[in-house]
Write a protein that binds this ligand. Sequence first.
Ligand SMILES: [Zn+2]
Length: 251
Amino acid sequence: MTDPQVYLLDHGSLVIDRSQVLWHFDIGTPVRFPVYSVLIKHKDAVIIYDTGFDMEHVQKVLPFELPEQTDDQTMIGALKLAGVTPSDVDMVINSHFHFDHVGGNKHFTHATTVVHKEEIRHLRAPEPFEHLGYSDKSFDSTAKYKVISGDDYELLPGIRLFETPGHTAGHYSMLIEMKKSRSMLFAGDAAYTIESLEKEVIAGFHLDPVASVESIRRLKYLAKVHDADLFPSHDMVPFVDWKKAPASYGG
Ligand SMILES: [Zn+2]
């Protein structure tokens, strides 16, 4: 069996304060960070994990995050680099439903959107401090949901979801098992950066800080036992060196 082919789709960048990347560190220091999604061509289905941000939404609701996105970095443009159109995608899985992870979901109305039951509850009834995070609900009325729960959920053979709550209630990280190269573990926002992992410092945005710390520790454990490379969600330093579409991993 060949390994799945994995494309990292570059969706541009946003700016937040470093104290939101690493809670309480360096208050007043803006940081520009990347936003990406993961397209997987698996023998049984085409899957996308996270879908970036929608430029119009961010300009309207969060213009202070100074969004930058070229035509190639929109969902349609980035998919084209991987030789795919939205109708080719069978399944959408979001690490969580924050606006910078769901911006392209609205393009996949025909696909199945897999979501943790706690995440969909928070999208629809967020805590007061979660309102901006869950501000892009553009996909909610048209998505075909498959609501799931539980840990070590096998999405397809070799593609597994692990619960990593804390940043949000129903957060999933994703492991892609490879035979011919190193497996890939996508943290989602359970770890924004390599520094978060090393120092075990959580992001400023979170629902439960203690659970967030436990999820960081869990990710490091999972990477070790599965012999996987760990990909944080918003770290410009490793991101510039990763292969982005049209290049790919696995296959
Ligand atoms: Zn988030």
